[in-house]
Design a protein around this ligand. Structure first.
Ligand code: RTP
Ligand code: MG
Length: 143
């Protein structure tokens, strides 16, 4: 039997989403899906926050350009909650490379290249807990 576990997940609308004024459209998709807003803020990532967020990629060749991009302008950090929210958000985002992202997914509809792929979503329960704590204190999450 499938068990629907209530989960929180961390979404970042990346600088390209904010710059292209796509935030409302993307948040609308998550609301229509039935996920709940639990926390939301606009901020520009410092290099230290970016390094913490992407610590798993520290040794990758694309790491310097990734940190440069994610700190290049404001982002919207969002905590979404719902049944199996982590997988639901990742499915709605589509694959990392927009070239492989089908129409109907966020990256498929709004992005063309890997370096500017519009959105981040936590990839596991452990990642979600770690990433939410980077952006929000406990009392910033609504019940
Ligand atoms: P994100 O963490 O941003 O949600 O993306 P993701 O899980 O789908 O992909 P991940 O593997 O975590 O990669 C993080 C971001 O790094 C850039 N990237 N570039 N080979 C490459 O050039 C490459 N691989 C990854 C992407 O912008 C990706 O979103
Ligand atoms: Mg990732």
């Amino acid at each position: 039997m499938m068990i629907n576990v209530m989960e929180n997940t961390l979404v970042l609308l990346k600088p390209d989403a904010v710059q292209r004024k796509l935030c409302g459209e993307i948040i609308s998709r998550f609301e229509r899906k039935g996920l709940s807003l639990v926390a939301l803020k606009l901020l520009t990532l410092t290099p230290a926050i970016a390094a913490s967020h992407y610590e798993e990629h520290l040794d990758k060749p694309f790491y310097p350009s990734l940190v440069s991009f994610i700190t290049s302008g404001p982002v919207v950090a969002i905590v979404l909650r719902g049944p199996n929210a982590i997988k639901a958000v990742r499915t709605m985002m589509g694959p990392t490379n927009p070239e492989n992202a089908p129409p109907g997914t966020i990256r498929g509809d709004y992005a063309t290249v890997m370096s500017n792929n519009i959105i981040h979503g936590s990839d596991s329960v452990i990642s979600a807990q770690r990433e939410i704590a980077i952006y929000f204190t406990e009392h910033e999450l609504v019940q």
